[in-house]
Design a protein around this ligand. Structure first.
Ligand code: ZN
Length: 545
């Protein structure tokens, strides 16, 4: 039946037979078999065709009807930040339920540490703590008075420090908050409560006394740890949407040592634009595993932290969120990034922030037209019919918070209100208008598992089961596109990945069930059985039956 005489040079390395191969190609072709040679797909089609490539050393896997998809692409998450956070106390809702539990964990790591050493907890979620609020300086001082402590909210736009931390950073009652940032104050006493919003917190990054400084070896270990988690959910590519010099160096070293199992496109922080220009770097510099893609701008706050910049206040408050940058500065930055040939990746969540971005792109693209710019609006959370038309006319790519309707919906709904929620993560309206969109987790801001994201976009129900703008629900196939071929397009990668076609990289995920036919409310429970990256099996679920 097979041709065992095939010389090794042309024989396949790995063959997958008897599968349901959802190729995600332009014709939505369904295939039975996939052949891998070196790191590429060399054949996609029938079992019979695939068997022609069997040689003496070919590894053959019988899928027994399991589903093959292109490896998932998370178009925006924070691998570097997660690597830095991997050495901190994990305060995510899966680990702790209350502020007291967080502080007990911090107290444990305080033992034996010098009193100048920062203690760090990450990923707490105010909405999921028993107290339903952020921890404060007073809470922390009570349990850990001597060491500086930093607790970071999972949305990453808010953090809390204690009195010892404020002292090290030189923050006093009189310190004015930086532009685009705020210091929280106790509503009764008016004193600083230790909560740092937006730039008040971002300004700590990169400082010599910053709580975020970790050494290179720890960073590389962290990258490995996080990638190991990613590949268990079928992720084979990400865009890291916030890369500075130390993480850039760390990523390169991880790659050189063979410790980067997934592909990473880098969004360099805009404060490095001078250096990028000085050394003459262009978009695409690097290789298929690690390359420079975009330059990142942060314009407003977050949806999960309720700091996105809005025209009308959050329900029941006078608060309209935070803009981190003036329009003129933003305009100069976008124009410069565009003219240098990079992809612009601008974070804009609220309606007010998105309108600013659209005004600027209209001006820049009219003055300096470029057909295939693929500039991206990261999150692009609160839209309207008019905004969608402008996005379409400018050919911008909205990068949508895919897991949010499910994972953060119960918090977002009461804060934004029904009228706005109808236009949040507005996938249906965007696709109907002919806009290409891609999905992302923004991890650690929401779970990285793409199947939770696809579940969320299709079902449009919150974790507690309430409908969340069901008018914006999309089909399973459309949601899959947002994590495969359209995600590849959002990074100029559609020639190399995002679909299962001969000549593309052999990045694949094998699922136990078919998301197109399984009950829609079960999509998030589908098991990932195997992940193949660059032609190699990089994850295999151990089969204990
Ligand atoms: Zn982000």
């Amino acid at each position: 039946m097979s041709n065992n005489e095939l010389p090794e040079k042309v024989a396949a390395d790995l063959i997958l037979l008897n599968g349901q191969v959802l190729t995600m190609d332009a014709e939505a072709t369904l295939a039975e078999a996939v052949v891998i040679k070196d790191n590429l797909l060399s054949y996609v089609g029938t079992n019979h065709g695939a068997k022609q490539t069997i040689g003496l050393k070919t590894h053959i896997i019988d899928l027994h009807g399991q589903v093959v998809l292109p490896g998932f692409i998370d178009t925006h998450n924070h691998l570097a930040i997660s690597a830095v956070d991997s050495v901190a106390v994990d305060c995510s809702p899966e680990k702790v339920q209350s502020i007291n539990e967080i502080l007990q964990e911090i107290a444990v790591i305080a033992h034996g540490k010098p009193e100048t050493a920062w203690l760090r907890g990450v990923n707490y979620d105010d909405a999921r703590l028993i107290e339903k609020r952020h921890p404060t300086r007073e809470d922390i001082d009570h349990v850990v008075p001597d060491h500086p402590v930093l607790l970071v909210h999972r949305g990453y736009h808010i953090a809390v420090i204690n009195s010892a931390g404020m002292q090290i950073l030189g923050i006093t009652e009189e310190t004015p908050p930086p532009t685009g940032g705020a210091y929280g104050r106790d509503s009764q006493t008016g004193k600083l409560n230790g909560i740092l919003y937006e730039n008040a917190w971002f300004d700590l990054w990169g400082k010599s006394n910053s709580p975020l400084n970790i050494d290179n070896e720890a960073f590389i270990k962290g990258v490995q740890k996080v990638c190991t988690q990613y590949i268990q959910t079928g992720i084979t590519s990400v865009n890291d949407a916030w890369v500075g010099s130390s993480s850039f160096r760390g990523f390169q070293e991880a790659l050189n040592r063979g410790l980067l199992p997934i592909r990473v496109n880098l969004h360099i922080i805009n404060t490095h634009l001078d250096q990028l220009e000085e050394v003459g770097l262009l978009r695409g510099f690097g290789n298929s595993q690690l390359k420079i893609m975009a330059v990142k701008i942060l314009l407003d706050g977050s949806v999960s932290g309720l700091t996105a910049a809005l025209y009308k206040p959050y329900i029941g408050t006078n608060d309209t969120g935070i803009l981190l940058m003036e329009k003129e500065k933003l305009a100069k930055l976008i124009e410069r990034i565009h003219r240098l040939g990079f992809q612009v990746s601008v974070h804009a969540n609220g309606d007010k922030a998105i309108d600013m971005v659209l005004d600027i792109f209209e001006r820049v693209l009219q003055t300096f037209p470029r057909l295939d710019h693929r500039h991206r609006i990261e999150h692009c959370s609160l839209l309207s019919p008019e905004r969608i038309q402008r996005i379409k006319a400018l050919n911008l790519i909205p990068i949508i918070f895919a897991a949010y309707p499910y994972y953060h919906g119960d918090k977002i709904y009461p804060a934004f209100g029904l009228e706005r929620v109808k236009w949040m993560m507005a996938c249906r309206s965007l696709i109907d208008a002919g806009v290409t969109i891609a999905g992302h987790s923004d991890y650690p801001a929401s779970p990285y598992n793409p199947l939770i994201a696809i579940h969320s976009l299709v079902n449009r129900r919150t974790e507690r089961g309430s409908p969340f703008s069901p008018n914006q629900a999309i089909t399973v196939y459309e949601a899959l596109r947002m994590y495969t071929i359209d995600a590849a397009y959002a990074s100029f990668d559609e020639q190399f990945k995002g679909s299962i076609e001969p000549g593309k990289f052999a990045d694949l995920v094998i699922l136990q069930e078919n998301p197109l036919t399984v009950a829609k409310d079960k999509i998030k429970n589908i098991q990932v059985l195997m992940t193949i990256g660059n032609g190699k099996i990089i994850y295999q679920k151990d089969e204990k039956r």
